[in-house]
Design a protein around this ligand. Structure first.
Ligand code: FES
Ligand code: FES
Length: 185
């Protein structure tokens, strides 16, 4: 059981100091591991993952729910962790990009991104892959290009032009076969 404490102060008002002094105990599962922690009510899930658990594969590109670099799974569904509070994950299961591979064996979607050159700088890639796995869970392995493009509008990439990302997701979906039960991860 991991104990973690997150304390991030961003305001200087009396109210902010009062809020910062209030903490909440949470217990959750992260990548299959039980975690208990004490956090401030305002702690974002992405802060908690990166700063308390050192899971820095989840990126922050905008902090305003636009870029998708921060996507993780909460009870098997893709969420933007920059606009999800850590306390909202209490009692639930979180999967990050670090939780997809099985040991040294990449997840089929990770392997498809590697094989089809679905990344350049890689900054968007963790969020892209987490969203892609969620797409397969929702639409099945026969994803077509329009469905991928329509449903990937919450993930931005500044490098690739998206063509290879779409190819990678198409191939990754086929490799995944039947939709996985992500809630069981
Ligand atoms: S950092 Fe969350 S959407 Fe950009
Ligand atoms: S690969 Fe650079 S932002 Fe997508």
């Amino acid at each position: 059981m991991t104990q973690a404490h997150v304390s991030v102060q961003t305001q200087d008002s009396a109210q902010a100091r009062h809020n910062a002094s209030a903490t909440i105990a949470i217990s959750l599962t992260v990548n299959g591991r039980a975690v208990s922690a004490v956090v401030e009510p305002r702690t974002l899930l992405v802060q908690f993952l990166r700063e308390a658990l050192d899971l820095t594969g989840t990126h922050v590109g905008c902090d305003t729910s636009q870029c998708g670099a921060c996507v993780v799974h909460l009870d098997g569904e893709a969420v933007k962790s920059c606009t999800t509070l850590a306390v909202q994950a209490d009692g639930r299961a979180v999967t990050t990009i670090e939780g997809l591979a099985q040991g040294t064996t990449l997840h089929p979607m990770q392997e498809a991104f590697r094989e089809h050159h679905g990344l350049q700088c890689g900054f968007c890639t963790p969020g892209m892959i987490m969203s892609a796995v969620d797409l397969v869970a929702r639409f099945g392995p026969g994803l077509d290009e329009p469905t991928i493009r329509d449903n990937l509008d919450g993930n931005l990439c500044r490098c690739t032009g998206y063509h290879n990302i779409v190819r990678a997701i198409t191939a990754g979906a086929q490799a995944m076969g039947a939709p996985r039960d992500l809630a069981a991860e």
